[in-house]
Design a protein around this ligand. Structure first.
Ligand code: AMP
Length: 288
């Protein structure tokens, strides 16, 4: 496995596979890797000749400096996990390498990124699309892997590649959860003691919405109220948003007659967690 800190090193590492026209998969991450990330890595290793994992805590997508400062990092462990999984190249650039002082160009998707996390975190998706576009230019993958846990992010990235004719296929993988239902997240390591137990209201609320939906409930107001009641039953959990939106346009819905996404974000102390579930009448997996 080759470890690269600079764009030049990454280009050099990929020179040969490119010349041999070998297929290349990219898994963009912010590190502190867990099973959610590794499910993407394994898929990429299985279907590409070469897999690159990027590890970069992207300051441009953080709207709160405290969140950025406290973001968990464990590069040594990430490298071990990648090596074991058969990753060929890990690209872990510095902030200066990605954003020189006079950096002044941004990539912005303006429709799918308006609601949900986009409304709650101004500038977040502009940071995401900019860094992902840069990673696509640096690595030039044929496929890139994203998780449905960040459903809106995957939808925004897919739209960006379509709108800007980027020659990369976006593969979206299902949410990987802990045994008790909590969606895996690097931020989960920040949940201490009772917070970890209370965090379960997030996945439970979404599961409850799906259960009611399966039982025939189609009124968004009723489902959202149920989710809010569930989340508010936990003393230390603050709701950021709870919404049900069209799974394709991500626009708010009133009545559920199309595939929909129930999505929620909460704060537990200063740790922000997100989760979602599809409410799909056809039962087929809709991916962003
Ligand atoms: P992050 O390091 O949090 O930016 O995540 C990097 C990639 O891993 C993103 O595409 C995430 O959607 C994906 N990911 C993170 N957590 C999970 C999870 N629990 N299940 C599936 N994919 C995930």
């Amino acid at each position: 496995m080759i470890f690269c800190r600079t764009k030049a090193e990454a280009s050099k590492a990929l020179e040969k596979p490119r010349a041999q026209a070998r297929s290349l998969g990219l898994v963009p991450t912010m590190g502190a890797l867990h099973e959610g990330h590794m499910s993407l890595v394994r898929r990429s290793v299985a279907e590409n000749d070469v897999t690159v994992v990027s590890v970069f805590v992207n300051p441009a997508q953080f709207d709160e400096s405290r969140d950025l400062e406290k973001y968990p990092q464990d590069l040594r462990q990430d490298l071990l996990l990648c090596e074991k999984a058969g990753v060929d190249v890990v690209f872990a650039p510095t902030v200066e390498e990605m954003y020189p002082e006079d950096f002044s160009t941004w990539v912005e998707e303006t429709q799918l990124s308006r609601g949900l996390c986009g409304a709650a975190r101004p500038g977040h998706f502009r940071g995401v699309t900019t860094v992902v576009a840069k990673l696509f230019n640096i690595i030039r993958p044929g496929r890139a892997y994203f998780g449905a846990k960040d459903f809106q992010q995957a939808a925004v990235v897919r739209r960006m590649t379509r709108d800007l004719d980027m020659p990369v296929e976006i593969v979206v993988m299902p949410i990987v959860r802990e045994g008790d239902g909590l969606a895996m997240s690097s931020r989960n390591s920040r949940l201490q003691g009772p917070s970890r137990e209370e965090a379960l209201v997030l996945s439970r609320a979404l599961a409850r919405a799906e259960e009611l939906y399966r039982a025939g409930q189609r009124d968004v107001g009723v489902l959202v109220r149920e989710m809010l009641d569930c989340i508010r039953s936990a003393q230390h959990v603050q709701v950021d948003y709870v919404e049900i939106v069209d799974a394709e346009s991500l626009e708010p819905l009133e009545h559920l007659n199309v595939p929909a996404l129930a999505a929620a974000a909460v704060y537990i102390g200063d740790t922000r967690l997100i989760d979602n579930r599809l409410l799909n009448p056809t039962e087929e997996g809709t991916t962003p």
